[in-house]
Design a protein around this ligand. Structure first.
Ligand SMILES: Cc1ncc(COP(=O)(O)O)c(C=O)c1O
Length: 369
């Protein structure tokens, strides 16, 4: 049968990846990052499956992503990464979501809100140690922590930061960020401010950097079965959660020298079978992957023939004659085939993060336990 592209989401693999990470950090809470629809995998289904495996901490980017999880009956703690919006504090309280304090002005705004009868949600203090993104500037962090003592009505339970280079071979910058974070924790200890939650990781950091001081290990990409880069140690044997497939909708015999797809940049070198696949860049298949790209069919690799179009692309099946409705594997794995997202990412100078979060369009997600 001809169908839209399919993303089979193997929830059993997601949970197995979680358990591997939990085994590495048995005494820490694993904060599963399920923002951006769980990196394209379906946030509600992934969070519910992870919760069943014992995960009791999640992170999303927006308040609305958090509310979506609550409406689906996710019970665990949920941290919202994005900049706090004073107008949504009551939504955070109603839905038991944890927000960030990431600017000196936030304290004043929250204090004012509470003085006017508002209730404080739980907060984590986000400190910028070198990513130069959201967060209190490192040089202001200590002053802010001291100020927290003056605002006991602001319920700040946690502190965290984010690495910018933890997945690189050269860890000197990341180590410097960690040193800064530890210095802040030391100063907080000295003035008697303690935090129930301390976290500073992503997939690169959990593979590369010491997590001793942390209560939580934040992780996204590794849960979904891809390494954040090819420079990290790869001893944890994770499995790709998404198996991305599409149907073959037409097969024609093309003579040697036939031009295929837009621009005619691909020319057959001999008489061959060219198949049309129903999936294009509008569904998330990266367009640059046509140069040297391939798919898998019945355990064999076949070359992508010509530019990937918006809704379709072509494959050179050589002497093989697939039937209409047969499926090719675009990435992920099944019993006898595997194409890693990392392979595609390396080839097109991208990252698995970009690839997995782009899968959408008309793609149907099918969840398998
Ligand atoms: C603040 C923060 N923490 C943790 C993560 C998870 O990173 P990773 O997917 O590399 O594990 C992200 C992802 O972008 C993030 O923005």
């Amino acid at each position: 049968m001809i169908s839209n592209p399919k993303a089979i989401i193997h929830l059993d693999r997601l949970c197995a990846n979680y358990e591997l990470i939990k085994k590495k950090f048995p005494n820490k809470q694993i904060m599963s990052v399920v923002k951006a629809n769980a990196y394209g995998h379906g946030s509600v289904e992934c969070a519910l499956a992870l919760e069943k495996s014992g995960c009791n901490s999640f992170a999303v980017f927006t308040i609305d992503e958090g509310i979506e999880l609550r409406n689906a009956d996710v019970q665990s703690e949920i941290l919202v990464f994005s900049r706090m919006d004073i107008h949504r504090l009551s939504d955070a309280v109603k839905n038991n979501l944890i927000l960030n304090i990431c600017d000196k002005s936030d304290l004043l705004e929250i204090d004012n809100y509470i003085n006017n009868g508002g209730i404080s949600p739980i907060f984590h203090l986000k400190v910028d140690t070198g990513m130069t993104r959201l967060g209190i500037d490192y040089n202001d962090a200590f002053e802010t922590i001291k100020k927290l003592k003056k605002y006991p009505q602001i319920n700040c339970e946690g502190i965290y930061s984010h690495f910018s280079t933890a997945d690189e071979g050269d860890l000197s910058y990341a180590l410097n960020q960690l040193e800064k974070f530890n210095a802040i924790l030391k100063l907080a200890d000295e003035v008697g401010v303690s935090f129930k939650a301390i976290h500073f990781s992503n997939s690169g950091a959990l593979l590369n950097l010491n997590q001793n001081r942390m209560t939580h290990v934040r992780v996204g990409m590794m849960l979904y079965g891809a390494y954040p880069s090819n420079e990290v140690p790869q001893e944890l044997i994770i499995n790709p959660v998404m198996e991305f497939k599409a149907s073959i909708v037409q097969v024609r015999r093309a003579l040697s020298g036939t031009k295929v797809s837009y621009g005619g940049v691909y020319k057959t070198k001999s008489d061959t079978n060219i198949g049309v696949i129903q999936c294009g860049f509008a569904d998330g298949l990266p367009r640059p992957w046509y140069k040297g790209g391939f798919v898998s069919f019945e355990g064999r690799s076949f070359e992508i023939a010509g530019r990937i179009c918006m809704d379709q692309f072509m494959v050179n099946f050589e002497e093989v004659e697939p039937a209409i409705g047969d499926e090719v594997l675009l990435f992920g794995s099944n019993e006898n085939e595997k194409i890693k997202m990392e392979t595609i990412a390396n080839h097109i100078d991208s990252t698995p993060y970009v690839i997995s979060t782009s899968i959408g369009g008309r793609t149907e997600r099918i969840f398998k336990d």
